[in-house]
Design a protein around this ligand. Structure first.
Ligand code: DQA
Length: 151
């Protein structure tokens, strides 16, 4: 089995399920974690699922991923739109990076339309709610082991 996929979640995503449910839905982050773990098993992968409200913690985890992960799935939340530190860390990681957003930031306020993280992302999945995490893991599987993923 390859190294785990780090699934990293940024600020306020710990409030998933109660936070603006009209935008982000009613599924909790614990439920997203379970769904990711289940999807990973079907893909022959494992996940290391984490959340922090702190930019530095996310940077530390991306640096850790450099040697300990096979790919990074990240919902940077509001740090997408502000964090050059996260962008630099992701570039240094030299891994497939899949950026995930539950909502479609391009269809929301202007300030959400730019993501620093996208500059380091292999691809971006946005607007599909929690299903986006499954899609991101599918993409990670294809990027990590194209033959095994059937593509
Ligand atoms: C988000 C979109 C961001 O703009 C926002 O700051 C979030 C969540 C999403 O998953 O849709 O916190 O990343």
């Amino acid at each position: 089995m390859p190294k785990p996929v780090f699934v990293l979640n940024g600020p306020n995503l710990n409030l998933l399920g109660v936070r603006e449910p009209d935008i982000y839905g009613t599924v909790t982050l614990d439920q997203v974690k379970s769904a990711c773990e289940a999807r990973a098993v079907t893909l022959g992968l494992s996940v290391d699922f984490r959340q922090s409200n702190h930019e530095g913690a996310l940077v530390d985890w991306v640096q850790e991923a450099r040697t300990k992960a096979c790919a990074i799935v990240i919902n940077p939340a509001a740090y997408s739109h502000s964090s050059i530190a996260l962008l630099d860390a992701l570039k240094a990681a030299e891994l497939p990076v899949i950026e995930v957003h539950l909502s479609n930031p391009a269809a929301r306020e202007n300030f959400r339309r730019h993501s620093y993280v996208s500059l380091a992302a292999t691809g971006v999945i946005a607007g599909f709610g929690v299903q986006g995490y499954n899609l991101a893991l599918d993409a990670a599987a294809r990027l990590v082991a194209p033959a095994a993923a059937g593509t």
